[in-house]
Design a protein around this ligand. Structure first.
Ligand SMILES: [Zn+2]
Ligand SMILES: [Zn+2]
Length: 94
């Protein structure tokens, strides 16, 4: 989705699928340009799924983890960077 900084009008493209959960009131990100606060708000959609699951394949043991930040197999704690890089959203198709 596209967001615009209310202060400097810079446009950013955000991959919201990388964000595990966005509260109804939205989340704030810091504008890299002016350090201002940008509110990321998702339009409420009719609830079809409770929460989208993401899978993370552990880089150490290749165990497939579902919606966790710690490998359930080897205990490896994924860094924020790894979580962003490795998580795959599970799309439930009907
Ligand atoms: Zn800005
Ligand atoms: Zn592991």
């Amino acid at each position: 989705m596209k967001v615009q900084c209310p202060d400097c009008k810079a446009n950013y493209k955000i991959d919201i699928s990388k964000i595990a959960e966005i509260p109804e009131k939205g989340v704030h990100m810091t504008c890299p340009k002016c350090k201002g606060s940008i509110l990321i708000k998702i339009k409420p959609e009719p609830k079809k799924e409770e929460q989208q699951d993401t899978i993370i394949i552990c880089p150490k043991c290749s165990h497939v983890n579902i919606s966790t930040k710690t490998c359930v197999s080897c205990g490896n704690i994924f860094t924020k960077e790894e979580t962003e890089k490795l998580s795959i959203a599970i799309d439930k198709e009907e």
